[in-house]
Design a protein around this ligand. Sequence first.
Ligand SMILES: NC(=O)C1=CN([C@@H]2O[C@H](COP(=O)(O)OP(=O)(O)OC[C@H]3O[C@@H](n4cnc5c(N)ncnc54)[C@H](OP(=O)(O)O)[C@@H]3O)[C@@H](O)[C@H]2O)C=CC1
Ligand SMILES: C[C@H](CCC(=O)O)[C@H]1CC[C@H]2[C@@H]3C(=O)C[C@@H]4C[C@H](O)CC[C@]4(C)[C@H]3CC[C@]12C
Length: 333
Amino acid sequence: MIKTEQSMKDRNLPQLQPHPSSQPWPLQTHRAVEHVSEEIRMGLLLKILVPFVGLVLAFCFYSKEDFKPEMLKGKRVIVTGASTGIGEQMAYHLARMGAHVLITARTEAKLQKVVTWCLELGAASAHYMYGSMEDMALAEDVVKEAKQLWGGLDMLILNHIGYTYFNYFDGDVEHLRKLLEINFLSYVAMTVSALPVLKESGGSILVVSSTAGKVGIPFVAPYSATKFALDGFFSSLRQELIIENINVSITLCILGHIATETAEKTVSHVMQKPGAPKEECALEIIKSGALRKRELYYPYAAVRIPLLIRDWAPEFLDSFTRNRLNVENVKRS
Ligand SMILES: NC(=O)C1=CN([C@@H]2O[C@H](COP(=O)(O)OP(=O)(O)OC[C@H]3O[C@@H](n4cnc5c(N)ncnc54)[C@H](OP(=O)(O)O)[C@@H]3O)[C@@H](O)[C@H]2O)C=CC1
Ligand SMILES: C[C@H](CCC(=O)O)[C@H]1CC[C@H]2[C@@H]3C(=O)C[C@@H]4C[C@H](O)CC[C@]4(C)[C@H]3CC[C@]12C
């Protein structure tokens, strides 16, 4: 700044006089102007905010498409992590809707029972492949199997997760590395393998994630990292598909606490309320994918409201989240 003043003096340029508005105002005038400015700000806010909120509500209301189970009839669907929990329930819903299902997990006996029940429920066909998604070759082989069975694929539901502890982060980087492979890299590997056939069918990718993949929740640091990674990768990939006019939808499903056997075993001692029903959760995931939604929030209020708070009052949300848990019941292992 001094450099600028020196150069002007050196060049004998006329010195600028301070503008009257930069002179200090008398206090009364200042307050009056402040009040008028506040009035103007509120007026502008109402003139802009009210129409904007009206437009958003109208968009939400009129853009609400109705889901019909027939949308899934005959569709060819892969569901990973379907030997139990939400994945198992998704397989049953798809079976009732008459879809072809190919389900995966590690436990063959459980998969066999789910496939048998899917056929009972009306699946157009039901098959399984078992193995761990630590093995990227399996991730690719599942999609190859779908191509061989059905000649294509309409929906890829990425749902499986590896073992997750609910405790203070113990510094075990190797566990985090393994969880990234199971919960994240295998999702990417399956997507890479499936994209060519999904482009042919104009299909959908459903990525099952969590509140813990959008906000900071204690005691799930490794798990949370893998879910945040899913958001980053698939939200970016969605942008690229849109840019290239590729008709493959990506739905990120953000779930709150769901009453699956694993979750209840893991967190019942710290949760103040039971989880939401896995059956309804599973149906909402399928609906959101069939309607090609950008994101699903389930249970809606429990998930959507924290996300709205996240950007406006992050510290409040952190405190609110801690207060919703019986943290005194979590003891370092
Ligand atoms: N339940 C909840 O509160 C919430 C769940 N979610 C998400 O929902 C999805 C399903 O959760 P949920 O139903 O509770 O999970 P479950 O633990 O009930 O089921 C996990 C599934 O993944 C399979 N699996 C586990 N390890 C592997 C592995 N190494 N390779 C391949 N498959 C594996 C399991 O079968 P097997 O053991 O036979 O391999 C099982 O079928 C997950 O993505 C989770 O993050 C999100 C928020 C909350
Ligand atoms: C406690 C969280 C809800 C906080 C809130 O409602 O304010 C739960 C939200 C997501 C849950 C975790 C999750 O995403 C799934 C994991 C599933 C595993 O089987 C074990 C439990 C989870 C770590 C589960 C734990 C509760 C949540 C963090």
